[in-house]
Design a protein around this ligand. Structure first.
Ligand SMILES: NC(=O)c1ccc[n+]([C@@H]2O[C@H](COP(=O)([O-])OP(=O)(O)OC[C@H]3O[C@@H](n4cnc5c(N)ncnc54)[C@H](O)[C@@H]3O)[C@@H](O)[C@H]2O)c1
Length: 339
């Protein structure tokens, strides 16, 4: 008996299509559809948290385990194991580091160990991209990016792909040096866009059609009173928006409401905890909109709040596509597991 595992490093994963935003958006859309159709097994995240509070977590870090199975054309099980070291930037290391293990859904044996760090950023960008495609104004011209880290890069990549009408990007980060570095890099990639560094989120939010929050903020940096009609507000992380943002929203849309409540760190989750909204106030999941069970944006006036917590099966979908491409092209290192 011998069993092998295919090991795929970050460079190989990029060559296999982990960085192909168009393909990742497709994987993420299919994941949302399969979730809605019940063709997944998606247990909650297990959070290994240092400290006792969200503030502690954003200082000392966490490692999340996100196991799952995705059906359809993917038919694959696995787990995403993602470390978050908020202080890593001081050592020149990325905050997030991701390992994905794929398991054969029949034998349950591990068949692939892949670096999933880029996949994680790409699929979160893609998830934002799907939300923007379904929920942002058709002719959106201005976006405010809050947080100028790893996720902000793929959020913009996805935004440009689904809303080519974009002209201006306001960039707000608590660390001005991160804003400057982001703008320098993004300008080189998207010379058609004009980038404006801002000292307060308000400066951008008041002029934007899309407000995309990918920060480590654990108290609101976006105030509802700043939102102009037609804005799509994307709460991709924790408690980044005040309750007024949701009060002013015509629709609350989510990726996975049960998982959002389980995680209990975003604005919508906290309002639900405080009894200020109920399950019935959630307009739709992206899966419901993709399958035309619910509508997305209906006019250019409504403010829409979107909240995503993410799930490991998105990463498993993307890594499965790359793994199958590796088998076709002979990429990666075969590691004997049972010899
Ligand atoms: N929803 C999802 O599916 C999903 C997936 C992955 C990551 N995330 C979340 O996205 C967030 C960003 O991840 P990342 O990998 O880009 O992290 P990162 O550390 O690379 O970047 C975060 C940036 O936010 C800035 N920031 C921190 N606090 C801020 C504040 N109060 N106001 C403005 N800027 C602030 C930091 O200076 C940094 O530049 C994290 O909270 C992460 O948990 C969400």
């Amino acid at each position: 008996m011998s069993e092998n595992i295919l090991f795929l490093n970050n460079k190989e994963m990029a060559e296999l299509g982990a960085a192909n935003m168009h393909a990742v958006i497709h994987d993420v859309e299919r994941t949302y559809e399969l979730m809605q159709q019940g063709d997944v097994i998606n247990p909650g995240k297990c959070v290994l948290r240092w400290g006792k509070t969200v503030e502690d977590e954003n200082t000392y870090g966490r490692i999340n385990a996100m196991p799952g199975y995705i059906g359809g054309e993917y038919d694959m099980a696995g787990i995403k194991w993602i470390g978050s070291g908020p202080q890593n930037y001081k050592k020149g290391l990325p905050r997030a580091s991701v390992t994905v293990i794929l398991n054969d859904p029949d034998t349950k044996l591990p068949i692939c160990v892949a670096d999933g760090t880029q996949v994680s950023a790409m699929r979160t960008g893609a998830s934002g991209g799907v939300a923007m495609r379904l929920l942002a104004k058709e002719n959106a011209e201005a976006i405010t990016m809050c947080g100028a880290g790893a996720q902000a890069r793929t959020q913009l990549q996805a935004a440009v792909s689904v809303r080519p009408s974009l002209k201006t990007v306001y960039v707000y980060d608590i660390r001005p040096e991160s804003t400057a570095k982001y703008i320098e890099e993004m300008k080189a990639l998207y010379p058609q866009l004009s980038f404006v560094p801002i000292d307060t989120a308000e400066e951008g939010v008041r002029k934007s059609d899309i407000v995309d929050c990918v920060t480590l903020a654990s108290e609101p940096i976006i105030m509802g009173k700043w939102l102009r009609p037609g804005t799509l507000l994307m709460n991709m992380s924790d408690f980044e928006a005040d309750y007024e943002c949701i009060r002013r929203s015509a629709k609350i849309c989510v990726d996975n409401w049960e998982a959002i409540k389980h995680r209990m760190i975003s604005t919508a989750a906290l309002m639900w905890r405080d009894g200020l909204i109920t399950d019935d106030d959630i307009h739709a999941s992206l899966g419901q909109i993709l399958l035309s069970e619910k509508c997305g944006r209906e006019n250019d006036e409504e403010i829409i709040y979107f909240n995503a917590v993410g799930s490991g099966i998105m990463d498993i979908a993307v890594v499965t596509r790359c793994y199958r491409q590796a088998l076709r092209t002979g990429k990666g290192t075969v590691v004997p597991y049972w010899v």
